[in-house]
Design a protein around this ligand. Sequence first.
Ligand SMILES: NC(=O)c1ccc[n+]([C@@H]2O[C@H](COP(=O)([O-])OP(=O)(O)OC[C@H]3O[C@@H](n4cnc5c(N)ncnc54)[C@H](OP(=O)(O)O)[C@@H]3O)[C@@H](O)[C@H]2O)c1
Length: 305
Amino acid sequence: METAEVNVVTGAFSHTGKYITQRLLSMGKKVITLTSRVDCESAFGRQVKAFPFNFDRPRELADSLRGAKTMYNTYWVRFPRGQTTFDKAVENTKTLIKAAEEAGVHRIVHISITNPSKDSPFPYFRGKALVEEAITRSRLSYAIIRPTVIFGAEGALISNIAWLLRKFPIFAIPGSGDYQIQPVFVEDVAKIAVDAAHKGDNIVADAVGPEIFTFDELVRLIADNIHSEAKIMHVRPGLALFLARLIGCAVKDIVITKDEIEGLMSDLLVSKGTPVAQTLFSEWLNQNVDGVGMKYTCELERHYR
Ligand SMILES: NC(=O)c1ccc[n+]([C@@H]2O[C@H](COP(=O)([O-])OP(=O)(O)OC[C@H]3O[C@@H](n4cnc5c(N)ncnc54)[C@H](OP(=O)(O)O)[C@@H]3O)[C@@H](O)[C@H]2O)c1
């Protein structure tokens, strides 16, 4: 009997990794995952075997990858906190790449971000560029997929904008709000990633949706759809950050960081290329209006507690 091809997905129980895993399982592939939620109940039950990241035990890490053909890597951190820094995330990813080489993994499909740059003032975008460089210099065949803001049932940014618009009488847009954003649907990212695994050549490609909004338009579109009565105001970025920190105290989270506000305002979440993803954010929002932003999505809860 033919045995199913084994694929590794880092973060199969989290956000993007979950949709990549769903797609692979539906294609009859066997999936294993690396995660810090090894003992967590997952929607996949016993279908997906979980191994710890083991960044500090490279040999064990390589052992867990042995026999896998493709590794889909979603591992990254949203912001630095305590021992978790962007430098550490870069180092960990380099360890993962080396372990994949040693284990004989053939191809890596790596989820990056639009507009990474080693010269970026933002450590997130700088770190992503360093990881991409490590991948292109590795012995692995690669597909580097660069999404913008990912939306879907569990996507934090869009969902939390909706939550704020539902909960508070005002919504503070940092600065003019004329900076652009090109959201992409999580299932489209998963499809692009899985399709890219089956191409032979090395690929670096943006994964962006068909609609571009200014941030102001995006917030107003969400507000209109959910019938929010919040007054949308433009404030200095520093004041927006201060208000986000106040709300952060209430929800016990980091709602948004200074770098995230500045990154958003620097037009980094938009692509110069032709969009490959097809799902319209406006349509998805319209169809999911009852669910979006009904509860706050807490990053510290997801990855730190
Ligand atoms: N979300 C977006 O809007 C967006 C936009 C552009 C690019 N991206 C990129 O797309 C990829 C997937 O993003 P996602 O939002 O779907 O991520 P996610 O599912 O929340 O996390 C992806 C992986 O990173 C691990 N991880 C996340 N934060 C961590 C932390 N603080 N400490 C240790 N491990 C951590 C998770 O660990 P567990 O398995 O233990 O949960 C999971 O394996 C990332 O590389 C991200 O940079 C995301």
